[in-house]
Design a binder for this molecule. Structure first.
Ligand SMILES: Cc1ncc(COP(=O)(O)O)c(C=O)c1O
Length: 441
């Protein structure tokens, strides 16, 4: 089915969302406050979520494999998290000072991620990566940072380079050109961001060696999450660790998504220790959050005692108590058994999709780690951003809309996550829905 026909079916099911979107356009540009969630003709307006399900303003019930872009690892409205938030909120929502709740969440995170000797909270992953980059510059006295082609780290200037660039304009694969991913970036950004090719250790080493004297940090999402869950090939992260250590470049793991793959995140799973780590999404249990931290000598730049902070980091809602309580309640539910269950759900889904694609000879693949997965509409070896670009650029949107029409929520690019609210039948429902979407042509 074409994108237009899927859109037609979607419009037929979402009249009230359409009316709400029209209302929204009067007060927000394009009716929108979050670019990620918009798609043509208009997004569905959500009324409520419970467990693995979400209901929209027209009463459509959908199984949610998006989970607010991988944030809702326990599903919607888990009772233990709601209770923790309610109890906290009754004592006040935010204060002009710290609360005990932030110590509890920070302590839990430092136990799970030993490389985070100390950390600070923010309200988003964007603020976390922005601060990690800033402190790396302060620590090294160097100005440039390196990031990977296809990697997303939020919406501050330094992160908005080569996120989803047109391959034709991006130069050679082994030495990608920095391409602005937004209007409004100052030219200095393009001069200070070095772009690396994912999973090519030799090419990365060559670029890093050349730039080392000016490089403060290498910013790495260990799963290239928003870039399509393309796990690091064996030895790749180790090589980055070795080269950055040799040149005193701060290695930052952006684990905003990848933290969910193990109790101690991707760094535990792959056995590579960064200098700094950034977190977000699941650590707020569904409320706005971010965190950054790592080596105590680097994080010391934020120590305000005796007027000594070299970097100021205000934030009216940093470490706000409801978020801290929701985050702690969520992490407490993430026991070793919970990770086993999440891994099993992810395995079942990837197995089912792979068998479906083989049986129907459709040109696609599914990647993933643990509860995370991503659908790709290519057949060749998937190693980096460029190899994951679909030949038919409409394919991901067609599948996204088709799944919506079948009662399944994914992300527009095909990224998804299983949650602990799901059962095996939900996974099978996903695979069967995908089968019907693909059968439509
Ligand atoms: C790896 C990574 N870093 C940073 C961010 C930004 O987080 P936030 O949306 O909370 O600003 C995201 C968001 O998807 C992400 O996937």
């Amino acid at each position: 089915m074409s994108v237009e026909r899927e859109q037609g079916e979607y419009i037929g099911k979402t009249g009230r969302s359409r009316a709400l979107h029209e209302e929204a356009t009067a007060v927000m540009p394009g009716g929108n406050s979050r670019t990620t969630t918009f798609f043509d003709p208009y997004p569905f307006y959500i009324e409520r979520g419970q467990g693995a399900h979400v209901w929209d303003a027209d009463g459509n019930d959908r199984l949610d494999f998006n989970g607010n872009y991988t944030s809702l690892i326990l599903g919607h409205a888990p009772p233990e998290v709601i209770k923790a938030v309610q109890q906290t909120a009754e004592r006040g929502l935010s204060f002009p000072g710290p609360t005990e709740s932030e110590i509890a969440l920070a302590a839990e995170l430092t136990r799970r991620i030993p490389s985070m000797q100390t950390l600070r909270f923010t309200n988003s992953g964007t603020e976390a990566t922005m601060n990690a980059v800033r402190v790396a510059r302060a620590f090294t006295g160097r100005a440039k940072i390196a990031k990977f082609e296809g990697a997303y780290h939020g919406t501050h200037d330094w992160a908005l380079v080569s996120v989803s660039p047109p391959v034709k304009a991006s130069g050679s694969r082994t030495s990608p050109k920095p391409i602005p991913s937004s209007a409004g970036l100052p030219p200095a950004v393009m001069k200070h961001v070095v772009v690396l090719p994912w999973n090519d250790p030799d090419a990365c080493e060559k670029i890093l060696e050349k730039e080392a004297a000016n490089l403060a940090a290498v910013l790495v999402d260990p799963l290239l999450g928003i870039g399509g869950i393309l796990p690091p090939q064996p030895g790749f992260l180790e090589r980055l660790r070795e080269v950055t250590a040799r040149h005193n470049i701060v290695l930052i793991f952006d684990e905003v998504i990848s933290f969910r793959v193990a109790r101690g995140g991707a760094q535990e799973k792959f056995g590579v220790t960064p200098d700094l780590t950034t977190l977000g999404k699941i650590i707020g249990g569904g409320l706005p959050v971010g965190a950054f931290g790592g080596r105590a000598d680097i994080m010391g730049a934020y120590d305000p005692r005796k007027g000594g902070a070299r970097i100021g980091h205000g934030g009216t809602f940093n470490a706000n108590p409801p978020t801290m309580a929701a985050g702690l309640a969520t992490l407490q539910a993430l026991t070793p058994e919970a990770y086993e269950r999440l891994d099993a759900l992810g395995e079942r889904l990837r197995g089912g999709v792979t068998r479906l694609l083989e049986a129907t000879r459709k040109k696609g693949q599914v990647t993933g780690v643990g509860s995370l997965f991503c659908l790709h509409w290519v057949t060749g070896a998937l190693t980096d951003y460029r190899s994951s670009r679909p030949k038919d650029p409409d394919a991901p949107m067609r599948v996204f809309l088709g799944l919506l029409n079948e009662g399944i929520i994914l992300s527009q690019r095909g990224l998804g996550a299983c949650s602990l609210a799901m059962v095996d039948e939900d996974i099978d429902r996903f695979v069967n829905a995908l089968a019907r979407v693909l059968a439509r042509g």
